[in-house]
Design a protein around this ligand. Structure first.
Ligand code: BGC
Length: 357
């Protein structure tokens, strides 16, 4: 993009940001993101993502319901009334052929269609991803997750995207694709760069202008951005996640072999500095590379005390908004850090306030 267009784009961003987070007690963005490597539509969409929620632990469980919560129409209605963006994690890999072609199970795909279309019908922006391809990142399979021949792992991801992209090719631009949640472990650095480029190439024939999110390795942490090599494509947004300070957000999680001690509160100066550092790192990368970033996950596990978790939610939200970064809380209504309690049919206060007021 010509340099002359940059100041213009900056102004456009500032205007968009003012609307995106308007109507709440949100802080004003002081440093709009740089969009010199993407086009105007992508830039506008990145900023319009605003406040978001992950409908997590539902469609990315090995089978829906395995993790205690199913995606109900009531969640769609409520989430879209209060959040501008819904990130929809989906474990396609466990609902597709074990062979390289990864032919997607039609009944499962229809289930996802129904959710995507209901979200879009309510005006939401929707980020649809591939979530938890455990074998590809070298992790231990989850109960009910099947293994495939290692030689077809990468090809399956590419072929999944060919099918997903074709399936949703006619949906409005408010539907965004995200190639893979949190590459890490054996899928990092150059291996991920190469695979992401192949997956994107499988999307483009049917969706030449669909905005696609690609995140860096190391669980999408901003510290891994410097190793990310993006294909040249004006319809990209970069996905980042931060769970810093990790000892606070992941205290007591049951799936860690070495559970972190509970009882840690938030947020003192050192803890605040960690949040700020991660987001500043993302902004530095954004200024150098001109691709907008989106904070697709942050959250604090329910073993921490609620007041501290709300303070953390408020802190990250404010710091993201100050930088013009759209965000999505992890997650809606499950035991990681649900902002809604499906059993009581009620919001979890003060988490809701911290995110939405
Ligand atoms: C994973 C979740 C996990 C969360 C926090 C997400 O990316 O999909 O299973 O609870 O990160 O660790």
């Amino acid at each position: 993009m010509k340099t002359i267009a940059r100041p213009l784009l900056r102004c456009l961003h500032a205007a968009l940001l003012a609307c995106t987070f308007a109507g709440t007690a949100a802080v004003k963005a002081t440093t709009p993101q740089d969009c010199h490597a993407v086009n105007r539509e992508t830039c506008a969409l990145a900023h319009a993502l605003g406040r978001g929620i992950n409908l997590g632990n539902m469609l990315e469980a090995p089978r829906e319901g395995d993790w205690g919560v199913r995606l109900e129409p009531a969640f769609i209605a409520l989430a879209t009334r209060h959040f501008q963006t819904v990130r929809l994690p989906v474990r396609w890999t466990n609902h597709a052929a074990r062979t390289a072609d990864a032919r997607i199970d039609e009944a499962f795909a229809r289930r996802v269609d129904g959710v995507v279309d209901a979200l879009l019908a309510r005006g939401a922006r929707v980020i649809l991803n591939v979530h938890h391809y455990t074998q590809l990142t070298g992790g231990t399979l989850h109960p009910n997750e099947f293994a495939v021949d290692p030689s077809v792992l990468e090809e399956r991801l590419v072929n999944l995207w060919r099918q997903i992209a074709w399936r949703y090719r006619d949906r409005p631009p408010r539907l965004l694709f995200e190639l893979l949640n949190e590459p890490h472990g054996t899928l990092d650095g150059e291996r991920w760069n190469r695979l992401a480029a192949r997956a994107l190439a499988a999307v483009r024939p049917s969706n030449p202008t669909r905005v696609v999110l690609i995140g860096p390795g190391d669980w999408n942490h901003p510290r891994a951005l410097s190793a990310l090599r993006l294909p040249r494509d004006p319809y990209l947004i970069v996905a980042i996640h931060t769970y810093d300070p990790f000892e606070f957000t992941h205290q007591g999680v049951t799936w860690r072999p070495d559970p972190l001690p509970t009882g840690m509160r938030c947020c003192d100066e050192a803890q605040r500095a960690k949040v700020v550092q991660a987001l500043d790192e993302a902004m530095r990368w954004n200024r150098e590379n001109g691709v907008p970033v989106h904070l697709g996950e942050f959250g604090a596990y329910s073993a921490g005390d609620l007041a501290s978790r709300a303070a953390y939610a408020r802190l990250v939200r404010d710091e993201a908004e100050r930088r013009g970064i759209g965000w999505a809380w992890w997650e809606w209504g499950s035991d990681f850090s649900g902002v809604y309690d499906p059993a009581r049919r009620a919001w979890v206060e003060p988490l809701r306030r911290a995110l939405l007021d």
